[in-house]
Design a binder for this molecule. Structure first.
Ligand SMILES: [Mn+2]
Length: 346
């Protein structure tokens, strides 16, 4: 039985009982999640579930990308606070983590389906389980949702403006989640992503994507790197940059992404001193990025800073705080060590 058929079957109960379905993503809404929600809505509509019976939730604790805001404004999605959730049926998209989704504890057993592309997590009490689970190692979640539409013969209508915006959101989600604006030509992309990309590449609005991208893919941010120290591995493209002055948190995130993308790096760690107002025992802010399909920015950060307990994140992106930083020599040694692990995997 096809995944799309299994998923359709799961939706039958709320459909027949005419009950609302809560659709939840992860906190710090990202472009991929918005595209995934919109694709779910399209799939549900095509299967006799009206949008009035779909409630979308998102715990917005911060902004992951400027583009999330722009992508959200493309759609009519009304994102509610998960604290107000009370539906009998829940669909979780783009995360498998209870904490990261922010849903109330009392509703955890109401999960019908979990669809996610973050596969690295080990089994723990924090992981969602539902009657239907589709966790695949794709670059973005919206490619998985798109595969259900494709299997069901549901097309994106290029003559419809809303659908062109949807295609733009899908493309932007892939760009952001594949860790690179060049995600669109990344040969390591899994099959689902290629299929989606190939189907919508003539539909999405190039100018729109270009405009949205401008804020997050601003190459002039590279000028901010004039006042620090770069430490680099000898045999692969891994780099640590130690900035000399405190910066606004979102600026740091964008700097890390831009350096990683435009520097053509596999992995990049940016360390910046915290402003004295923010630092207690924590003295530095850390941002990690990677665009190599076979590595994890979180693993890299843990290799370079083995004794720091406050580093969190995932494959493409991690962050956290450091109490102290090792000597430059030690950092380079760690980078070289991780390079060797990486070379073996590749
Ligand atoms: Mn995603």
């Amino acid at each position: 039985m096809k995944k799309s058929d299994q998923f359709r079957e799961i939706l039958n109960e709320p459909k027949e009982r005419n009950k609302p379905i809560a659709v939840i993503g992860h906190q710090n809404v990202c472009p991929d999640q918005i595209a995934s929600m919109l694709l779910f809505e399209k799939f549900a509509n095509n299967n006799g579930i009206s949008s009035e019976n779909l409630n979308f939730y998102n715990a917005i604790k911060g902004i992951q990308y400027n583009s999330s805001v722009s992508i959200k404004s493309l759609s009519k999605l009304n994102l509610r606070d998960p604290l107000n959730m009370n539906e009998e049926y829940l669909i979780v998209l783009d995360t498998s983590s209870k904490n990261y989704s922010g849903i109330p504890k009392s509703l955890e057993t109401n999960v019908l389906a979990v669809i996610d592309h973050h596969t690295s997590k080990e089994e723990s009490a924090d992981i969602f389980h539902g009657k239907f689970e589709d966790i695949r190692k794709t670059s973005c979640c919206n490619s998985i949702l798109y595969s259900y539409l494709k299997e069901s013969g549901i097309k994106i209508n290029e003559r419809d403006e809303g659908e062109r915006k949807l295609a733009s959101a899908m493309i932007f989600g892939l760009m952001a989640d594949s860790g690179n604006p060049l995600g669109l030509i990344n040969l390591n992309l899994p099959k689902e992503d290629w299929v989606m990309l190939n189907d919508v590449r003539n539909i999405y609005d190039v100018d729109l994507v270009k405009n949205i991208a401008r804020s997050d893919y601003d190459i002039s941010l590279l000028h901010n790197f004039r006042n620090g120290i770069f430490l680099t591995s000898s045999d692969t493209k891994l780099q640590v940059y130690i900035h000399s002055v405190p910066e606004d948190d979102q600026k740091l995130s964008q700097m890390a992404s831009v350096a990683n993308w435009f520097g053509g790096l596999d992995g990049f760690l940016l360390i910046s001193p915290l402003p004295t107002s923010q630092s207690n025992d924590k003295n530095y802010s850390l941002k990690g990025r990677c665009s190599n399909y076979y590595m994890s920015s979180l693993d890299l950060a843990k290799e370079v800073f083995p004794n720091e307990p406050n580093i969190f994140g995932r494959k493409e992106m991690c962050g956290g705080y450091l109490n102290s930083i090792p000597s430059h020599q030690e950092i380079v040694l760690s980078l070289n060590k991780y390079s060797k692990i990486l070379l073996k995997k590749n």
